[in-house]
Design a protein around this ligand. Structure first.
Ligand SMILES: NC(=O)c1ccc[n+]([C@@H]2O[C@H](COP(=O)([O-])OP(=O)(O)OC[C@H]3O[C@@H](n4cnc5c(N)ncnc54)[C@H](OP(=O)(O)O)[C@@H]3O)[C@@H](O)[C@H]2O)c1
Length: 250
């Protein structure tokens, strides 16, 4: 078995078959930041497009040079395990990008136990469980895990406590995993965007009762470029954390 190193993922040549391309799994691949990441990496990677929206993932996979859908709800642990079991990764997994996430908005007074549970289930527990399932493949390829965090992984404000708590927890998780996996050659990056022009931002601006100013926000493709920077870092380096913020907001 050959084990492509991190340098393999930096190759600019466009290999033709799935087996000759470094494999990268992206969650949330059907829309938003995950989709932009899949589109950016498509030229020289084999993409495993994870998500719930089978029709959208099929259409995206058909439009990319080398991609296949991985259909599962991230909070359905049995379905997720079955989907991972079905993956063919002869050279391991060069990258795992956790782009799926949810925004649970609201203050302590109004949020229910169910709100807290789904918030942590998607933003933290599913990230850890999917990574655990894929660790053998990540170790084989000396791969890179990228968790899409947020500015809310560093600061917390009113009405956003649940979301921030999950992103603080996600940052704690990435720091722990980075240490645990260093000896196995797996590196772990935490990418923290500010406001991005996606469906989630529409939800947030509606909750804030603010005007939607797309031109002031990051484009999903810009965040994808930051994720690719972490994935393609020189072999001896790890981008432990990276903040990317909209220039117009600061
Ligand atoms: N947008 C921003 O301003 C912003 C800023 C900082 C950080 N972030 C972070 O960036 C990441 C991506 O955000 P985005 O703006 O791209 O969000 P988005 O456009 O709302 O997309 C969210 C993605 O997560 C997927 N997802 C949610 N729950 C899932 C579940 N249970 N199982 C499988 N997939 C699930 C969605 O799939 P479905 O289509 O099936 O729902 C969708 O693909 C999130 O972690 C978010 O916290 C976003």
């Amino acid at each position: 078995m050959t084990s492509p190193s991190a340098e393999t993922a930096t190759s600019t040549a466009a290999p033709s078959s799935a087996a000759s391309r470094p494999a990268v799994l992206v969650t949330g691949a059907n829309r938003g930041i995950g989709r932009a990441t899949a589109e950016l990496l498509a030229e020289d990677h084999h993409l495993l497009l994870a998500g719930r929206d089978e029709a959208a993932l099929d259409a995206l996979a058909a439009a990319l040079p080398s991609a296949r859908p991985v259909v599962a709800d991230l909070t359905d642990h049995e379905a997720l395990a079955a989907a991972v079991e079905g993956l063919e990764l002869p050279h391991g997994l060069a990258g795992l990008v956790h782009a799926a996430g949810i925004l649970v908005n609201g203050g302590v007074e109004e949020l229910s136990v169910a709100d807290w549970e789904r918030n942590f289930a998607v933003n933290v527990t599913a990230v850890s469980e999917l990574t655990r399932l894929l660790l053998p493949a990540l170790r084989t390829a000396r791969g890179t895990v990228v968790a899409v965090n947020s500015g809310s992984g560093y600061t917390s404000t009113g009405e956003r406590g649940a979301y921030s708590a999950s992103k603080f927890a996600l940052r704690a998780w990435t720091d722990a995993l980075r240490q645990e996996e260093a000896g196995h050659g797996v590196r772990v990056s935490s990418v923290h965007p500010g406001r991005v022009d996606t469906d989630m931002q529409h939800e947030l601006r509606a909750a804030e009762q603010g005007q939607y100013e797309a031109e002031k926000y990051l484009r999903p493709a810009s965040v994808a470029a930051a994720i690719a920077y972490a994935l393609h870092a020189p072999a001896e380096a790890v981008i432990s954390s990276l903040e990317i913020r909209p220039r117009a907001i600061g």
